[in-house]
Design a protein around this ligand. Structure first.
Ligand SMILES: [Zn+2]
Ligand SMILES: [Zn+2]
Ligand SMILES: [Zn+2]
Length: 256
């Protein structure tokens, strides 16, 4: 069984957007308050976090996360990496560096943005990070197999992950039939759906629903949602039966 907690389900600016007075940003519904997209995965005795955006600290506190085995990064955009300084807290409690799995190109950006953490004689108390290089090939963390799924985010090649019977794809706007094969028939598909209108680098609602159809998942949850999507209470009932809009704090698990 794979358990997933949605740590954040909002697009890069989060919802509400600073200084926006729109219908969605002023919603009183807590489900319309979306931190930056991230997920906590618990499976076979290990705990993983996918992406660590600017809301990482708040997300770890809200879900009372005491220990993580690793962080997987989908790509280098700030809404997925901006919170990495706060892994320091886990360094203190575990007495160990935090293991972070990312592609070569993503690691370059991490080393630039958090250069102080990789300095030869770092200032005391900087985040301690162990970088592990991944690519399209499956890899293991403490015996648990992770299958990377390649997608495009406009022109940027990024990774989603299949863990057990759950697939998590965020910031995709293109995926090849070969990659879809790797997630066909998963119990749960999590996929980004920014809004209804076309977008350069993200699946729209209809594109995400079409992918769900191609994958044939039992359940599909949408994430990385913009304020342009509409309010949860109005939009979710219009989705196909097996599809849901995720919201922050929602917990789901695969049936196996
Ligand atoms: Zn993003
Ligand atoms: Zn708004
Ligand atoms: Zn992105």
């Amino acid at each position: 069984m794979t358990k997933l907690t949605f740590l954040g389900t909002g697009t890069s600016q989060g919802v509400p957007v600073i200084s926006c007075g729109c219908w969605v940003c002023t919603s009183p519904d807590s489900r319309d308050k979306r931190l930056r997209t991230s997920a906590l995965i618990e499976t076979e005795g290990i705990t993983l976090v996918i992406d660590a955006g600017p809301d990482f600290r708040q997300q770890m506190l809200r879900e009372n996360v005491q220990h993580i085995d690793a962080i997987l990064l989908t790509h280098e955009h700030k809404d997925h990496t901006g919170g990495l300084d706060d892994v320091r807290a886990f360094n203190y409690t575990s007495g160990k560096p935090v293991d972070i799995y990312a592609e070569e190109r993503v690691q370059k950006v991490i080393k630039k943005d958090f250069d102080y953490a990789f300095a030869p004689n770092p200032y005391p108390g900087v985040p301690e990070i162990n970088l592990h290089t991944i690519d399209e090939r499956p890899f293991q963390i403490k015996g648990v197999e992770i299958i990377p799924i390649r997608g495009l985010h406009f022109k940027l090649p990024i990774l989603g992950f299949r863990i057990g019977n759950l697939a998590y794809l965020t910031d995709f706007n293109h995926i090849t039939p070969e990659e879809i094969e790797k997630i066909k028939g998963v119990d749960i598909l999590v996929v980004n759906a920014l809004r209804k209108e076309q977008h350069l680098s993200h699946f729209t609602l209809s594109e995400a629903l079409h992918l769900s159809y191609l994958v044939g998942s039992r359940l599909t949850y949408l994430t990385h949602i913009s304020h342009q999507m509409g309010r949860q209470a109005q939009e979710e009932p219009a989705l196909p039966n097996h599809c849901y809009m995720a919201y922050d704090g929602l917990k789901i698990e695969t049936r196996d």
